[in-house]
Write a protein that binds this ligand. Structure first.
Ligand SMILES: CC(C)(COP(=O)(O)OP(=O)(O)OC[C@H]1O[C@@H](n2cnc3c(N)ncnc32)[C@H](O)[C@@H]1OP(=O)(O)O)[C@@H](O)C(=O)NCCC(=O)NCCS
Length: 333
């Protein structure tokens, strides 16, 4: 007789129990950045909605930010850290490629021997992590999972670059997920378009830097290409995500898009025809674009400022370098 495998058994559903956040220590206003890029406070405010961005001091690393955010999420969830068996960290900016950020975070928050790995999905990284944690909790691969987006983007910006440097900030946001009797995470819609891989990119490799062929690698983007892709393609993905979840725009308590540009956020809200009752995350104004950290940071803040959103539905959508994207509807803790 052919031997059969035991069925993998997980929880019927998963949900987010709590969020944690850590932002870079300094608020950096537009005026501090405009000199080397021949820009102005007015231009940056009008084109992006950014007034200041948070940036970390030299001594603070993306690992430190991740640990601080994760520790807060664990504490707020009231889950014993020893019960966490999965730690997923989304990041593109940690300058030390190995060991993974996630293994260090697992150790520092007391998650013992939890499975740990990092993912590189840029500004969609947090939503990728939520999709994976939800699937693993439902299939028995994990019971309690930490999903963290952490970035110290100020380490990979060139102050003379006018394509992206002025948008970027530093911070980390974390969510703790666990088993649930009712659905707390909808189907995820995700994908990529590698034909546009050069639209957001590092401008050199580490080996070119080592060999003296390029300066320290920093981020660049083709702003208008990404802008158009975000507004047209991502608005469609957002609509399809609501359909897959069986949710109407008026059912939402909050809309939490990646904090890339206030004009993109406004355009999404228009295209989705969101009623006034839906709170829209606008953390970008004083945090800047923190890539993988932007959605959990914005969610954490929305919940701090509007505790009545607890228990409501939030549509989140991340998109960025790859190009890659992911969106889902979550029940807010
Ligand atoms: C980067 C971004 C803010 C630029 O805004 P934009 O309105 O597209 O600006 P453009 O590149 O079309 O340039 C418009 C004008 O501003 C100028 N300009 C460009 N960057 C500038 C800057 N940093 N400061 C001042 N002027 C600038 C251009 O030279 C151009 O001048 P011109 O009209 O005289 O030719 C915008 O494209 C954007 O946010 N893109 C998407 C970002 C995103 O979602 N990234 C996701 C991955 S994180």
């Amino acid at each position: 007789m052919t031997p059969t495998l035991n069925e993998a058994v997980g929880s019927a559903h998963s949900r987010i129990y709590a969020y944690g956040a850590a932002r870079g220590e300094n608020a950096v206003p537009n005026d501090d950045l405009i000199g080397p890029i021949d820009s102005s406070d007015e231009w940056i405010r009008q084109r992006t909605g950014i007034v200041t961005r948070t940036r970390a001091v030299k001594e603070t690393t993306a690992v430190d930010l991740a640990v601080a955010a994760a520790a807060q999420a664990v504490e707020r969830a009231g889950v014993d850290p020893a019960e966490i068996d999965l730690v997923v960290v989304a990041t593109i900016s940690n300058p030390r490629q190995t060991p993974s950020v996630s293994a260090i975070v697992a150790d520092r928050v007391g998650a013992g021997t939890a499975a740990a790995y990092d993912i590189n999905a840029a500004c969609a990284g947090f939503c990728y992590g939520v999709a994976q944690a939800d699937a693993l909790i439902r299939s028995g691969g994990a019971r309690h999972a930490l999903v963290i987006g952490t970035e110290k983007l100020s380490d990979i910006v060139d102050p003379t670059d006018r394509s992206i440097s002025f948008l970027l900030g530093d911070g980390a946001g974390a969510a703790l997920l666990g088993p649930s009797d009712t659905p707390g995470v909808s189907q995820t819609l995700w994908g990529s378009d590698g034909s546009k891989s050069e639209a957001v990119r590092m401008n050199a490799t580490l080996t070119q830097f080592r060999d003296g062929e390029a300066p320290w690698p920093t981020l660049r983007q083709e702003g208008p290409t990404v802008f158009r892709w975000a507004v047209w393609e991502m608005a469609k993905v957002a609509k399809q995500t609501l359909e897959a979840a069986g949710v109407a725009p008026s059912d939402l308590a909050a809309f939490i898009p990646h904090q890339a540009n206030m004009r993109i956020i406004d355009e999404f809200a228009k295209q989705l025809d969101l009623p006034e009752s839906v709170r829209i995350a606008r953390d970008i104004a004083d945090t800047g674009n923190t890539s993988a950290a932007s959605i959990p940071l914005a969610t954490h803040r929305l919940l701090e400022e509007n505790p009545e959103l607890s228990g409501g539905l939030a549509l989140q959508i991340g998109f960025g370098a790859g190009l890659v994207f992911a969106a889902q509807v979550v029940v807010l803790p």
